[in-house]
Design a protein around this ligand. Structure first.
Ligand SMILES: C[S@@+](CC[C@H](N)C(=O)[O-])C[C@H]1O[C@@H](n2cnc3c(N)ncnc32)[C@H](O)[C@@H]1O
Length: 564
């Protein structure tokens, strides 16, 4: 651990940018190189390897791989020479420092970095709220609540400070009692966020996973710490939030459909929405550029840390495994942030990122360019998770973060089955999504979650959220053939681990949700599995048939008029 971490100042966030040269694209008979530019759909039929040869539904299949062949590795290692030298130096210094000094340095670095991050995104949230709604957030009251939760004092919020807000979202007056109640509710949430950070520090201190690369100035993407880049992104975010606020006021969660033509095989209709009231939904480079900033603002800088709650389970799974022969699939990779933390800890993994938005897939590529030449590989697949152009039993582990709450009920089932299909027996699914109704009992957050889960969907245009919030996920994945192993919550996220039994192993009956504090899941070492070939991609053709998944009848109605 470098001493520079102790000076980890300026921990503001911008989406990670690639420092390395762009990865080489690979063309092979089995893998067609393709651009992920915002081009018209590359619609093609693909042949699934072996067992699914008969599946001919039309879908987007665009795959390319980040090459780790020897020449590419050499070039990449040339450009990474300086970084390797810094790594070596760091290791040497690390070896010389006494344990207590290292622990103190990690603690100081983490606290400084996460503290600044929290303060930065809190200020973004306050700024957005003050300029775009009429709630009159009291900054002084927020500051004293933050001080109280950070210092962990026992004073009751109601007696200690003025309410944080006195107005409702629509600008109506709250009674004194309501205002106090809302403030206590916000204080409870902030306390839970601080707990996520404390827990993460324990994991990092104990070497369960690495100090997050983007919180260390010596390894962070330059753009994340460059004040000019941060200022530019902040301005872009604030400008966009004005438009988002208008869209929210007018409840225009389906604005996207005014621009996009229907093509259920390319983009299913549930997908063509402005989730989070986001400009362009998932379908522009600008949306991908602003996404992480928006999410971190919403979660006051804790989104990455909540995602990382899956890393201890992954570390457990990877123990005694050779990463270089371990095949990993990240479904709905978004901008690739989570994938980057997995790969930072296991750089030799053979990873595949699957995403329906070409713009987000491109962000995944850029945000993961830092791992080029580190021994692993990344294959990018632009496709629908309902029908993945990937072979049966191809992957040792599948990860999936923040997707299910944005899917209709029937689609959730289909995607769960797809994830189970591509897992090898003995393989595991690491799933992260929102907490649900009934969660939070163990830390007294049940009521706070219920209130938040009730309000969040309308505030953030999440049409499938309420149904997700009452879905029994254990049953859902067990129906798909996976066995529940563990669940752990981190503020408003929960991580769940499932495994795919070997042939003949029985699934136990669905258990009730259990919360574990540390990874206790047993490591199941899979039997030797004969490798199935990678997905085979054919030239684009227009297929006759397509699977169109209808929304379940009991889904909450989606407002707006469909043009198709
Ligand atoms: C809320 S974001 C989560 C992204 C990322 N995993 C994260 O942790 O931020 C949801 C992502 O799922 C993708 N997505 C939604 N429906 C999909 C589908 N049917 N197939 C593949 N990707 C999908 C969206 O394009 C978007 O990038």
């Amino acid at each position: 651990m470098t001493s520079s971490r102790a000076h980890a100042i300026g921990a503001a966030f911008v989406a990670a940018r690639a420092r390395d040269r762009p990865p080489e694209r690979v063309t092979s008979p089995n893998m067609r190189a393709a651009s992920v530019a915002p081009a018209p759909a590359r619609i093609g039929a693909h042949r699934r390897a072996q067992t699914r040869a008969s599946a001919t539904s039309k879908r987007i299949v665009t795959t390319f791989a980040v090459n780790t062949s020897a020449p590419a590795r050499e070039r990449a290692s040339g450009s990474n020479a300086l970084l390797s030298a810094i790594d070596d130096l760091r290791d040497r210094i690390d070896g010389l420092l006494p344990t207590e000094a290292k622990t103190a340095a990690v603690r100081a670095s983490y606290t400084a970095s996460i503290g600044l991050r929290f303060a930065f995104f809190l200020s973004q949230g306050v700024l957005t709220s003050r300029s775009n709604d009429e709630r009159n957030v009291d900054v002084g009251a927020i500051a004293s609540v933050v001080a109280r939760v950070v210092l962990n004092t026992d004073e009751s919020s109601s007696s200690a400070t003025a309410p944080i807000v006195r107005k409702t979202m629509d600008g109506g007056d709250m009674s004194e009692e309501q205002a106090q109640e809302v403030s206590e509710f916000l204080e409870q949430h902030m306390g839970a966020i601080i707990d996520v950070f404390k827990r993460e520090l324990e994991f990092v201190e104990n070497g369960v996973y690495k100090f997050p690369y983007d919180m260390d100035p010596s390894t962070a993407p330059a753009a994340q710490w460059n004040p000019l880049a941060v200022a530019a992104l902040t301005r872009a975010h604030q400008r966009d939030q004005k438009v988002v606020a208008e869209r929210r006021k007018e409840k225009k969660g389906q604005e996207l459909r005014e621009t996009y033509m229907a093509d259920p095989k390319r983009y299913p209709d549930y997908y063509l929405q402005n989730f989070h009231y986001q400009t362009d939904g998932w379908l522009s480079a600008k949306s991908a550029q602003l996404y992480d900033f928006q999410v971190e603002t919403l979660f006051l800088g804790s989104a990455d840390a909540m995602r990382r709650r899956a890393l201890p389970y992954i570390a457990d799974f990877m123990r005694n495994r050779d990463a270089s022969t371990t095949k990993h699939l990240d479904v709905a990779s978004g901008t690739g942030r989570f994938l980057s933390f997995v790969r930072d800890n296991h750089p030799e993994l053979q990873s595949t990122a699957l995403e329906l938005s070409p713009h987000y897939l491109e962000a995944t590529r850029k945000n993961n360019a830092r791992f080029n030449g580190k021994g692993g590989s990344l294959r990018l697949v632009e496709a629908n998770a309902e029908d993945m152009p990937l072979a049966d039993e191809e992957f040792d582990m599948v990860t999936n973060v923040y997707l299910f709450h944005e899917l209709p009920r029937a689609v959730r089932k289909t995607v769960a089955k797809e994830m189970a299909r591509v897992l090898k027996p003995g393989g595991k699914l690491f799933f992260v999504d929102s907490v649900q109704i009934g969660d939070g009992k163990e830390n007294g957050m049940e009521g706070a979650f219920e209130l938040a889960l009730d309000r969040f969907p309308a505030f953030n245009h999440e049409p499938y959220y309420k149904d997700y919030a009452v879905t029994n996920l254990i049953e859902l994945f067990e129906e798909a053939g996976l066995k529940h192993e563990a669940t752990a919550t981190a503020w408003v996220s929960k991580t769940m681990v499932f495994s795919k039994p070997f042939d003949g192993q029985q699934l136990e009956a669905a258990a009730t949700t259990m919360t574990v504090e540390a990874p206790v899941a047993e490591v199941v070492v899979p039997e030797a599995v004969v490798e199935t070939p990678a997905a085979i991609v054919e030239e684009p053709t227009i297929a006759e048939t397509a699977e169109v998944v209808e929304d379940a009848d009991d889904e909450p109605p989606v407002e707006g008029t469909r043009k198709f």
